[in-house]
Structures are given as C-alpha cells and as structure tokens.
Design a protein around this ligand. Structure first.
Ligand SMILES: [Mg+2]
Length: 255
C-alpha cells in the first residue's frame, strides 16, 4: 500500500469514527435502556420485567448489534431518531392498552436524557486512542459520523467531554440521511476538506460504516466485535475485534 505520495504529502488527512458501539460502549446503551424501562414500569405500574421490555423496545429500533433498523426503502422522508424512540415508547405502552399523551411523551424524553446522562460510557480505550492520535498525528482531522439527532449529540457529547477532541461531528439529523447513504459521509468529508480516498473510516457496523465509507472511497477498519461470520467482507480493508486493535493499523497507515 502506498502511504506517502511522491511529494511527501501524507496520504491520509482525516479519520472518522462511528459513535455508538465504536467509541461508546454498546453495553452502556443496554444498561441505559434497562434503566429507562424500569422507570416506565414504575410510572405506569406495568406487569412486566425490565429485561423483556428492553428487548421489545430495542426490537422497535435496533438490530441485535444495536445498529439502527433499516427504514422503509420506499419511504424517502427522514425520520429523526427521537421520533423513532417515541414510537418505540408508544409501541410498548400500547401492549398494555395505554395511549401516551403529550405529557407522557414529554416525560419520556426527560427520562431518556436523564438515563443517558447517568449511564452512557465510552470504552476506556477511546480516550487513549483519541489522545494518542492528537499527540502523535496532530494535523489529522478527527471526526465523528453518527446516526444520531443533534440535540442528543450536543447533550451527550458535552457530558462525556468529547466535543472539543474532535474537529468535526456529523449527525444524520444534520444531513437528513442515515448511513450507509453517501450524503452523510460526503458532508463529513467536506468538513475535513478532503476526498474519501484521503480518509479512514472506523466503525462497528459493516453495513452502515464500512460499506458506506468504502462506497465514497474511504479506507475502512471494521470493528467486528461480535466476531460475526459475515460472508461479505470485501468492503473492509482491515478487520479487528477490539477498538484498541486499530492503533497499530493507524500507525502503519499514517506514518
Ligand atoms: Mg455503531
């Protein structure tokens, strides 16, 4: 692989990370959802156990790898994640013949943010990796490309203290489309001022991060933490199991 062109300009100018399940510990998302379900059970006095309810809630929103379910391919309108979580909340209540009022939705949004504030955590190595890249590869543009809403991103990233570590953050709500559509990657690349071929995409969803990134020319590192036996891996330039495994690859690519 050619790392440096003839003029000695570094080949790579930007590294982009997915957030959920890549920098943020997906297990902490599970804990958060479990706590939200406990709040819902208590408020509505539901005869349910939190584990069953969280399965139901997640089934409205996510695959088992906690990436977003695909939307209706016929429907080209963009639905923010906040709308989908409200629908999931209404979906679980409807099983108990409860139809949420505007006040119920307002309460749900409140406990959604409260529990995310309390329980969402980054992987311990996230700090290590970002600091390392900052210290050793300073001119690189570091970005996040995430299928999240703007209000959630601002709230959560401030609490985690990571906003200032990144040069750009691109959300699906901002561009009105979800990964793997090219638009979100292109907007992120514009922010970095570089082409896909000059950038690296790191993510845990093969379909969204890796296929999406490769389709705009990025070099891709798939964190296959569930060790999925995916028959189709051709869009991944590198496959690792843990986030920390990306450092030697990045060092090699960027040097
Ligand atoms: Mg992810």
């Amino acid at each position: 692989m050619q790392k440096i062109n003839k003029k000695g300009v570094k080949r790579y100018q930007a590294i982009f990370f997915d957030f959920g399940g890549t920098l943020m510990d997906a297990e902490s998302d599970n804990v958060t959802h479990l706590q939200m379900m406990k709040d819902i059970i208590q408020k509505y006095n539901l005869p349910a156990c939190p584990e069953d309810l969280v399965d139901k809630y997640n089934s409205f929103l996510f695959t088992k790898e906690m990436t977003l379910l695909d939307g209706d391919p016929e429907d080209e309108s963009f639905i923010p994640l906040g709308e989908s979580t409200k629908k999931a909340f209404a979906g679980i209540l409807s099983q108990y013949n409860i139809h949420p009022s505007l006040e119920d939705y307002r309460w749900f949004k409140e406990i959604y943010f409260e529990n995310h504030q309390k329980y969402i955590k980054l992987f311990p190595e996230t700090w290590e990796i970002i600091r390392y890249l900052r210290n050793h590869h300073r001119p690189l543009h570091l970005g996040i490309i995430s299928d999240i809403d703007n209000d959630y991103m601002e709230f959560q990233f401030n609490i985690l203290g990571i906003s200032s570590l990144f040069d750009s953050i691109t959300t699906s709500e901002e561009v009105q489309s979800y990964k793997p559509e090219a638009k979100i990657f292109q907007v992120a690349l514009n922010k970095a001022g570089c082409r896909g071929e000059k950038s690296i995409m790191v993510g845990d969803s093969y379909k969204r991060d890796i296929a999406g990134g490769k389709n705009v020319g990025m070099t891709t590192i798939w964190i296959n933490k569930f060790n999925l036996d995916n028959p189709d891996t051709e869009k991944a330039d590198f496959i690792v199991i843990h986030l920390k495994d990306i450092l030697p690859i990045l060092d090699e690519l960027i040097k």
